[in-house]
Design a protein around this ligand. Structure first.
Ligand SMILES: Cc1cc2nc3c(=O)[nH]c(=O)nc-3n(C[C@H](O)[C@H](O)[C@H](O)COP(=O)(O)OP(=O)(O)OC[C@H]3O[C@@H](n4cnc5c(N)ncnc54)[C@H](O)[C@@H]3O)c2cc1C
Ligand SMILES: NC(=O)c1ccc[n+]([C@@H]2O[C@H](COP(=O)([O-])OP(=O)(O)OC[C@H]3O[C@@H](n4cnc5c(N)ncnc54)[C@H](O)[C@@H]3O)[C@@H](O)[C@H]2O)c1
Length: 487
């Protein structure tokens, strides 16, 4: 037991100013904010400190994907391409991935908690009425703890599996296996054309699997502008992935424990594979969590206001931050919410009469509505922030889409021979500000933050005209977009 871990059963420490349930990236940040402002804070964690993101999501998936991009980048530049021989070294990639997860040990993250002075209790927490939680600790005892000011639920999400006949016996991969597998399956079927589906299809195809991506809708990445899914499908197909749209899995069968899986598909077809990954969305970790003891629906996404306080809970002491509130299932957005929630908890504990809850105020997670950035790390990369044309129109905004082929930008043509990529700026015509941006192409991930600043800053287009991009970088796409808009 490390210095900061709380011994179970200690009667002296059963009351804290703030109790945080879940030590993922979000819980860590809520607790850190509260503690740094002088409140006592306890963090309860049932598995590994660092959460899904560190061990089975962002970090291992990006460790699998970075070598794919590095190799593709070299192959797209004459002169460098000649130096590239063969594909990825799968063993080396998996070993590097293992390094990023610290071999699924959380010593490093516990050391960070210790260094901040936060207390950690290992065990499974459940709500137990107003301001109370009961924790089943890893030694089997149950501790009841009380929060003076706030309980923050930061329990994240898990993979959601559809109720298809045979799915349990087929023992499908979820995002956990897809990010932690130690061997490369010969044939991998991936079900779902969302972010996990396209990223993991990209990674495992490059590592040597023969990947079939099964998408029930008519396009990939349906939450982005349609051209994103088109360019990603093109990239996946060029890499050797079989992309099938308009197809659903109706049944699975895996007769032998280690044998192949057969998928029965809509329309009568069958597909045999060695492993099948279901990347079909997420469910909140709120089942068997005592939500009924505080008047909430067990198993539900926790609905919150913009200070991240759960709506409809008497006394206003319960917060839900990160994936578990379903607002934006992204680490950076959850950490942003954690900063806002932390500030709100501290202000309320100090008795501040009026919080800054107006739009873009210090106690309002406004960006969740208008400026959520996302980078999908496939090849090419797909990125977006703010609203698509479709979303803007559904909100009743009068918008214009401005499109530019990225390959026409000097910096992009230097980045890769025959550069393929596209940019779209969605302009709010009444305010003449940028409501949303999508960039798709190799290397655009690092470009996205410029768009996030423009969208969150509501920078007028006439001022953006004075933000001069360096020549010859890909950022000159901004100049092309503005020129196209001004005509
Ligand atoms: C394959 C994959 C790749 C992803 N890649 C990215 C990416 O590149 N960039 C990005 O921004 N986002 C990415 N995401 C999303 C990102 O992982 C999540 O948004 C992020 O992990 C949410 O953080 P969190 O702290 O809310 O929850 P989590 O990281 O899920 O942490 C919750 C913690 O709470 C603990 N817990 C749960 N219930 C209890 C309980 N009852 N008692 C005690 N402890 C409990 C859990 O053990 C866990 O440690 C990815 C997701 C997946 C699946
Ligand atoms: N790079 C990143 O930022 C990154 C990477 C991975 C995951 N994430 C986050 O994790 C979350 C989860 O990702 P995800 O891909 O699991 O969810 P998702 O919601 O992005 O995509 C799931 C897809 O599966 C489809 N689907 C659902 N049920 C199905 C069924 N029965 N059969 C076939 N298809 C079905 C849905 O239509 C959807 O397109 C996302 O919200 C994403 O923000 C982010």
């Amino acid at each position: 037991m490390s210095r900061s871990e709380v011994p179970s059963g200690g009667p002296e420490a059963d009351e804290y100013d703030v109790i945080v349930i879940g030590a993922g990236p979000v819980g860590e940040n809520v607790a850190d904010r509260a503690h740094a402002s002088g409140l006592s804070a306890l963090v309860v964690e049932n598995e590994l400190v660092g959460g899904e993101c560190s061990y089975w999501a962002c970090m291992p998936s990006k460790a699998l994907l970075r070598p794919v991009a590095a190799l593709s980048d070299a192959r797209r530049v004459a002169g460098a391409a000649q130096a590239v021989d063969g594909g990825l070294d799968a063993v080396a990639v998996l070993e590097r991935r293992d390094g990023f997860t610290s071999n699924w040990q959380d010593k490093g993250q516990v050391a960070w908690l210790e260094s901040t002075g936060l207390e950690l209790l290992r065990g499974r927490a459940r709500l137990d009425g107003p301001r109370r939680i009961a924790v089943e600790t890893h030694d089997g005892t149950v501790r009841t703890l009380t929060a003076r000011h706030a309980v923050a639920v930061c329990t994240g999400s898990r993979a959601a599996l559809p109720g298809i006949p045979g799915i349990e016996e087929a023992r499908p991969w979820t995002s956990r296996e897809a990010t932690s597998a130690k061997e490369v399956p010969g044939r991998l079927a991936v079900v779902g054309g969302g972010v996990v589906g396209v990223e993991m299809a990209t990674a495992w195809q490059a590592l040597g699997s023969e990947v079939t991506l099964l998408v029930r809708g008519d396009r990939l990445l349906p939450r982005m502008e349609p051209f994103a899914g088109e360019l990603i499908a093109e990239g996946l197909t060029a890499a050797g992935v079989t992309v099938r749209t308009g197809v659903s899995v109706e049944e699975l069968s895996r007769p032998g424990p280690d044998g192949p899986v057969t998928l029965s598909l809509s329309g009568g077809g069958r597909l045999e594979c060695d492993e099948v990954l279901f990347a079909t969305g997420r469910a909140p970790r709120t089942d068997d969590f005592g939500l009924e003891t505080v008047g909430c629906e067990p198993g539900s996404w926790l609905s919150v206001d913009d200070t991240l306080r759960v709506t409809g809970v008497h006394g206003g002491w319960l917060y839900a931050v990160g994936d578990v509130n379903g607002r934006a299932l992204l680490t950076h957005q959850g950490k942003y919410q954690a900063r806002v929630a932390g500030a709100a908890i501290v202000a309320r504990a100090a008795g501040v009469p009026l919080l800054e809850t107006d739009r873009w105020g210090a106690h309002s997670a406004t960006a969740d509505h208008d400026a959520v950035p996302q980078v999908v790390f496939c090849d090419p990369e797909a990125t977006s922030v703010g609203l698509t044309v479709d979303e803007a129109e559904r909100r009743g905004l009068r918008v214009r889409a401005v499109d530019v082929e990225l390959g026409e930008v000097a910096g992009a043509s230097l980045y890769a021979d025959g550069y393929r990529g596209r940019a779209r700026m969605v302009v709010d015509l009444d305010r003449e500000v940028v409501a949303g941006v999508t960039f798709v192409g190799p290397g655009v991930g690092e470009l996205l933050h410029s768009a996030t600043v423009a969208v969150a800053g509501e920078v007028p287009l006439e001022r953006l005209w004075h933000a001069v991009p360096s020549y010859p970088t890909m950022s000159e796409v901004w100049l092309r977009l503005l020129e196209e808009y001004r005509g």
